[in-house]
Design a protein around this ligand. Sequence first.
Ligand code: GCU
Length: 613
Amino acid sequence: MKKQVLFLTSLITLATASFAQENLIVNTYNRLSTSLNGSWKYIVDPYENGYYNYRYEPFDHQKNPGKAAFFMNSKPDNPSDLVEYDFDKMDSISVPGDWNTQKENLFYYEGTVWYKKSFDYTLTKKSNRVFVYFEASNYKTEVYFNGQKLGIHIGGFTPFNFEVTNMLKKTDNFLIVKVDNKRIKEGVPTLNTDWWNYGGLTRDVKLIETSENFIQDYFIQLDPNDNKKIKGYLTLNGKDIAHKRVQIKLPELKVKKKLITDENGTVSFEIVSNNINYWSVDNPFLYNVIIQTEEEEIKDQIGFRTIQTKDSQILLNEKPIYLKGISIHEESPLGNGRGYSEDDSKQLLEWAKELGCNYVRLAHYPHNEHMVRLADKMGMLVWEENPVYWTISWENEETFSNAENQLSEVINRDKNRASVIIWSMANETPTSNARNIFLTKLANYTRNKDPTRLISAALEQSDYQGNKFIRTIDDPFADVVDILSFNQYIGWYDGLPEKCSKISWIIEQDKPVLISEFGAGAKYGLHGDKDERWTEEYQENLYVKTLKMIDKIDQLQGFSPWILVDFRSPRRVLPEIQDGWNRKGLISEDGKKKKAFFVLQDYYNNITSPIKE
Ligand code: GCU
């Protein structure tokens, strides 16, 4: 019996391990691709009946899974054949998009939904390879192609891809995806969050066609210690990648760099130039970058800038900068539910620009790639965050590798984006030994992977030596981060706005300080006394008082109030006020600006020399 259990577990780990995710392909926006967006068939499967047999054994762990397995897309061979599902007779759902706002009966649904897409495909070149690429899918995704399992992905906000070259047919290919958005304690995020747990294929799905040996990954950024030097590496993927000639061209810099890959198909390089037009918020200049091999060419648009801290200042291209920010959740400002499109991102960033911002905090998870590519073009600085939120299972090894994996995916995807300046490890996590170790390991991992950006996390403030009217940051992780950030809700969760005038701050760390959140709830159109909660006047007053209070923080170099737009949260149930929405937005869910919007706009537009020495 014991031997049997051991063997089974090793089989499962083997199975899971062998289906782990392949190396991420970067810059899919500039590659040969075929969109699989549009209408998909779906089956709602709360009992995971299409995945487990009645003995609760996974079909995809069996040599012959049989027709009952939904990923086989089976049809009865004859009238007496027993098949108890049929994708093609099912309802359709749009991809990309969450299922909660598309199907009324799935609004609160947390569980498994199966998606099916059929398609024909003709290679443009016989030797080419094909990958299926998901920009994101929430939360646990198992992918099957023509009845075979490709792999598993955990995490709802980062991309993943699987190769299908050897399984591809000219006609009648079927891609079946099991998406399960059930919240679990060991998950990242864990059980409780203050945002809607939108489920499904929430971002684009596409086929990427590459040459046999292709440019899989590259990192091209300025050396943080020498802004005349562009540094980087690139990696080829294929059977014939050793000692290959590669060329990098930057036409605007008149650079043509010839390189040879090593035996692993990788090469690092440096390009020195005195004529670099540095990317900045006032000059979001992007260079055309062309990478060529004997088999293929890929283009990208990359900005070059340095971002550093010096004592309590943040330096962009070696000049102090003040971050005039706002926090944003990835909800569609135009439609409904989880945002995913370029238009969604454009609207959110234009509202931030209108507010007078030069910086946005993308909370609490990686947003879609359109957001950071638009921020590059618009000259908007970006804080990206890993969904390590509130009470994660700090001692759980799998939870850690899950958090690390999600971080590696967003870094891989966005490491060439000039706009992205801060990687945030977590939000409002309670200090403990296990938590400190967990976050420090994540920070070290990030520094190794990307030494060109700054590390932070949304910490929490506390009383200074027991004095309620003096606040401070008493958190061991504050010693690890480059930028000290914290959320504070004085005047909302902690007293009334008047309290702000009684509060002073003692922050001992000689680091730049960013306030990652402050705010108050207000229902658009509800007016009353400034001490009457939920009125626009209360929120307006909170902003006025808070801006005065935080101005007293010596090291303050910016902030990102909570939040640009009202957003859905299952934790917000107050009738006629919240009705499922967190009302701390400066803009209502239907795009109407509240009074506090103009308080902040005025502050940002009239801020003269905010930078603290
Ligand atoms: C927290 C948290 C947010 C939440 C906000 C609120 O600080 O980080 O996710 O939405 O407070 O309570 O509105």
